[in-house]
Design a protein around this ligand. Structure first.
Ligand SMILES: Nc1ncnc2c1ncn2[C@@H]1O[C@H](COP(=O)(O)OP(=O)(O)OP(=O)(O)O)[C@@H](O)[C@H]1O
Ligand SMILES: [Mg+2]
Length: 275
């Protein structure tokens, strides 16, 4: 499942465009076909795995949420801590399975599909920050949020941007030490919606920075530490931002932290429709 195989797969196979003039060309074309077949089989397996895991995990997450409400106060602080850990790990697994599903979809469609509606950017940021609370709280981390002015309307795919922000904030959390601070700042100006996420975590070695958006790529920093993940989050996030006509960049300083910024066109309309 190396990155080179998946990269080749993203090139559409049009055998009539392959000019077979020498033995070497024939061998190359055969190898290409073989890779394409292996890749299709891999995508099929991913689709099955991701589908089969989704239902039981949804149930685990739902029951954890229910128990964490601790309605009749039967659970002590130790049980609550253990339950939070189950819940946190189930959420991590859910994200991984979502990402696997995305890879299958990208393989089929080549592009991520988005449905834009008019949304309030401040709402979107607040909703995302709220949904990150369990993960951040269990790590004792603080999220400082700077939201756009309420009523700043943008045209975007709400759940996709939510997903992108979730991927970036999850990275900021899991590659930072407990109790550290993470900043999420968002702004809307006349032409664009701009987001910056700053962490004070382990950072990324400069020689690996250009590769972290590749699918299945994990830098040395992540594999050394026990940080779960497949190396898909940034790939999926970049696809989402590009599908919105935007751009994303990453800056990092090993041992000091990482900053990820993205901007998408605002394409403002006056009214907010139901998202
Ligand atoms: N905020 C960050 N701080 C330090 N390293 C990071 C950060 N964000 C990403 N990285 C590095 O880039 C790699 C790729 O990130 P990506 O989000 O694609 O994968 P992942 O988090 O390892 O797994 P997944 O997102 O699929 O759960 C990570 O494995 C890590 O090495
Ligand atoms: Mg990630």
């Amino acid at each position: 499942m190396g990155p080179s195989v998946t990269k080749i797969s993203s090139v559409p196979l049009e055998s009539n465009h392959i000019a077979v003039s020498t033995d070497a060309d024939t061998r190359l074309a055969d190898q290409f076909l073989e890779l394409e077949r292996e890749n299709a089989a891999m995508r099929q397996s991913l689709a099955v795995v991701s589908h089969e895991l989704r239902t039981p995990l949804t149930s685990i997450v739902a029951f954890c949420d229910l128990l964490l409400r601790n309605r009749d106060d039967r659970l002590g602080s130790r049980e609550m801590d253990q339950l939070k850990s189950v819940s946190r790990n189930a959420s991590v697994l859910t994200e991984i399975i979502k990402d696997l599903g995305e890879i299958v979809a990208f393989g089929r469609q080549k592009d991520v599909s988005i449905v834009k509606t008019s949304i309030d950017a401040a709402d979107l940021i607040d909703e995302t920050a709220k949904s990150m609370r369990p993960i951040l709280e269990s790590a004792g981390q603080t999220l400082i949020v700077q939201s756009p002015i309420p009523g700043s309307v943008i045209q975007a795919d709400r759940s996709r941007i939510h997903q992108a922000l979730g991927n970036l904030l999850t990275n900021a959390s899991k590659f930072s030490s407990p109790s550290s601070q993470i900043d999420l700042a968002a702004e809307v100006d006349d032409s664009r919606f701009y987001v910056q996420i700053v962490d004070r975590g382990i950072g990324i070695p400069s020689e690996e920075l250009s590769k972290v958006f590749d699918n299945f790529y994990r830098a040395e920093n992540g594999s050394g530490a026990v940080v779960p993940g497949l190396g898909l989050g940034l790939f999926v996030t970049r696809e989402i931002i590009h599908a919105h006509g935007g751009n994303i960049s990453i800056k990092s300083s090993p041992g000091r932290g990482t900053t990820v910024s993205f901007a998408i066109p605002r394409e403002c309309e006056d009214t907010i429709s139901a998202a």
